[in-house]
Ligand binder design. Sequence first.
Ligand code: MN
Length: 478
Amino acid sequence: MPRHDDPTQPDEAHGSNAPQPILALRDWLDHLAKQGRLAVLPPDIALKFDLAAYAKRLDGQRATLFPRPGGHAIPVVSGLVSDRGWMAEAMGVEPDEMLARFQEAALEPLPCRETTLAPVQEVVHREVDLLKQLPLPTHNEHDGGPYISAGLMITRNPRTGKQNVTIHRCQVNGPDRLGVLLLPRHTHAFVQMAEEAGQPLDAAIVVGIDPLTLLASQAIVPMDQDELEIAGALQRRPLPVVKCLNSEIRVPAEAEIVIEGRFLPNVRELEGPFGEFPQYYGPRAKRHVMEVTAVTHRKDAIFHTIVGGGLEHLLLGAIPKEATLLAHLRRNFPNVLDVHLSPGGVMRYHLFVKIKKRQDGEAKNIMMGAFAGSFDLKQVVVVDDDVDIHNPTEVEWAMATRFQADRDLLIVGESQNSKLDPSTRDGVGAKMGIDATKPLSAPEMTFKRIRVPGEEKIDVAEVLKRRTTADWRGALKP
Ligand code: MN
């Protein structure tokens, strides 16, 4: 794990030998490269489709780095965190500590540290031409054009001055114009406040940032909690930030690229379609417009793109959601041990919950608690503590052998769901809860999993490597 050389950094209480969190995108690329997890593709791969094709095929196995994409001087990187284990490494914790660590950071944010030494402002473009200045990829077949898909959108509450950080999809609609989809959350509320006063709203988009700040941007926290302070808590140091050239917004000083601008009041332009996390297109419609006023970047900047629906896209949303749902459930059900948003459920719709069962019927209360905790959830499966919820085959086994539909199924019709689930009626659909726990009254042997004594002690990798042979006959000779 790379160490940072800033003497103010390491958290003494955390111990000097413990793995340290990753602080910068470049450190993370070093780490991935050392682990053999970074594929550097040939130069000049086309920005339209070809770049996304490589990134998608290598998703989950390798991060991808594209030198001179489409002949552009700025390289593109993708797939920075396409595995849960990688994210735990970036945090400097074990995978089973990851949700608790994230929740801790969300509850104990660390204020940012203002600086004027900002690598991200080494190069300044006040004459903006996005298509010339940045390598802008087009991903899916029917996407409305090139997109900025991995940009942290930073805005300030016009009333309180507090910042908000999140990711919105931004379609490039002209040399200095972006069409931005604002779902009804914090950025949307700020733009609405500004619009009501007939004012534009300043905004900055940060592209090319460390994995922990990326993850922090997806935290589910109240309005006026600056997600950059959660990034600081995850990094165990106050995040260095710098003031934008054209606004009061503070952006991470060590980022690669910043696109400064403002949302125009009462202007809407067409945006979409765009390939989204459920593996379908989000529709084309009239959206908010951001006018770009400046682009700043490092001398040797790197552009980051997230291919819609890939593991990187799914995991960045899923980990903060899991952490929030776990904390939410544990308030009422302290025997909930772990939760997991499954990949097959697009890491948004299907939740697996592991419990230490205390009371028959309890699984159904837990399902209702989970549905109340996130409107996106469509299916909840509750299992006992002998089931690995990170393995979908294990969960299906529990459903196959511990669940009866007439007794253990909960259906709630006509409820609010994700609008991006095409099987809903504009976001109205059904919830399904499955109790795949064993009844407490069952005799012990009825649900006892079979086990061969000693099987868990065998080092399979070692056996596969040393004991695989083409000459089995020779091996039998005395
Ligand atoms: Mn927020």
